[in-house]
Design a protein around this ligand. Structure first.
Ligand SMILES: [Mn+2]
Length: 426
């Protein structure tokens, strides 16, 4: 199914008057604070978040997976689904492929299809957390850290193959996330596991094209429950630094223990010029893969405040690769992704409202009450009209979720693909 832009424009007309009144109201409020609303809208309009190829099917847990109809059964259909989201939101202009779940069969065909929706290929993701049917070595006891050299070698070669696939699609980065670790004390020699991982990452880095980046993702626990080799940002940073200039740390919001100060981690990595990628989701307990902004929207705002500060003040840090990494258990994934994109743009817009000069002055005056007021005033501003306007100006939907439902997208997908299709890789 391909959404006809004219239908979006028609549906926009029904709510445009109401939208313009709300936009006018916030534009006036911002004018009193000397903030240019159009400048914020411009930034929102060009902000693009990659959708991972594994996010288009029903999510699940180890206890079960509850399918819904019309899931994309091929990479082509996954690109079609991202096309739907991008047409509605103008914010999903990239796809992040998972290998081997989504190896293209027809490279030119896939590239053409993606281009027809204005979708580019962002970071490619390797998978050494599960065994493939034709593999000689098992990852049961680790991949890049494996005590067995043949196992490490297989994992290194897989990552190099992922880079080669990405090269054919125009990707410019690879994300490495390792499930390696131990379930029981004494199972691994910590130092050997870390050294093996470092050696393996350095070998992958040797195969990285000159215009590519490597992102190293960390996670404190799961699937291993005693220790994880790359458990935190410090370990990921240390490994990235041991590889070279084009290796970076990747922050995934769900990959922290409860109450970790993620905004401070973001600030530290930006200061060191070593924040490469960013994965959005939300959580209450651990790596819950919940919809962005659904549990801790204020934290998301505080993180964005550091990201905006970093984007403006840290030229030593490259442009970030943004991606949604969530699982939306029990929801229509397309609706969940639309909600996530909305939450991301809202937090970004709120962070753009923070008066950095006034904040600096208050910090220098050690006026902590004013510091808090400045942040909370931005957070408590209803920026949704700015977000809606950024879409309207791009001929996308003022209200993507309502438009998605009005156009009966899921019903049409079920008609096309059937009730029992299952997304590849899940
Ligand atoms: Mn992630």
């Amino acid at each position: 199914m391909k959404i006809d832009k004219n239908k979006i424009i028609d549906l926009n007309k029904d709510i445009e008057t109401k939208h313009l009144i709300q936009l006018d109201s916030i534009a006036n409020q911002l004018q009193h604070k000397d903030i240019d609303g159009q400048d914020i809208i411009k930034k929102l309009k060009i902000f693009q978040v990659a959708i991972p190829s594994w996010a288009l099917g029903a999510g699940g847990t180890r206890f079960g997976r509850f399918s819904f109809g019309g899931e994309p059964a091929s990479l082509e259909q996954k690109i079609d689904d991202i096309g739907i989201i991008n047409t509605l939101t103008n914010t999903a202009g990239a796809v992040s492929l998972h290998i081997p779940w989504d190896i293209p069969k027809d490279y030119n065909g896939i590239k053409e299809k993606a281009a027809s929706y204005n979708i580019v290929f962002d970071a490619v993701n390797s998978n050494t957390f599960q065994d493939q049917p034709d593999a000689n070595e098992s990852y049961k006891f680790g991949s890049l850290s494996n005590i067995n050299k043949a196992g490490r070698e297989q994992a290194i070669q897989h990552n190099i193959e992922v880079i080669n696939i990405g090269k054919k699609l125009g990707s410019k980065s690879i994300t490495v996330w390792l499930a390696d670790g131990a379930n029981f004390p004494g199972q691994n020699n910590f130092q050997k596991a870390l050294k093996n991982t470092q050696d393996s990452l350095q070998q992958i880095y040797q195969s990285l094209p000159n215009d590519w980046k490597m992102f190293i993702e960390y996670k404190p626990y799961e699937p291993n429950f005693y220790s994880t080799v790359i458990q935190d940002w410090g370990t990921a940073l240390m490994l990235a630094e041991s590889c070279g200039d084009r290796a970076y740390t990747l922050v995934d919001l769900g990959h922290h223990l409860p109450n970790t100060n993620i905004e401070q981690i973001v600030a530290t990595l930006l200061y060191k010029g070593k924040l490469g990628g960013f994965h959005f989701n939300d959580s209450k307990y651990g790596d819950d893969d919940l919809t962005v902004g659904s549990i801790k929207p204020y934290t998301l705002f505080l993180i964005f405040n550091e990201l905006v500060y970093g984007m403006e003040n840290n030229p030593q840090n490259p442009d970030l690769a943004w991606m949604i990494d969530a699982s939306h258990n029990a929801k229509d994934p397309l609706e969940d992704l639309i909600q996530s994109l909305e939450a991301i743009l809202i937090a970004y817009a709120q962070a753009l409202l923070v008066d950095q000069n006034k904040l600096r002055e208050a910090q220098e005056a050690q006026d902590i009450v004013t510091c808090q007021e400045i942040l909370q005033d931005a957070y408590r501003t209803d920026v949704r009209p700015l977000v809606r306007e950024s879409r309207l100006q791009a001929y996308a939907a003022i209200d993507p979720l309502a438009t998605y439902r009005a156009l009966n997208v899921r019903k049409n997908l079920i008609k096309e693909r059937g009730k029992k299709s299952t997304a590849t890789g899940l």
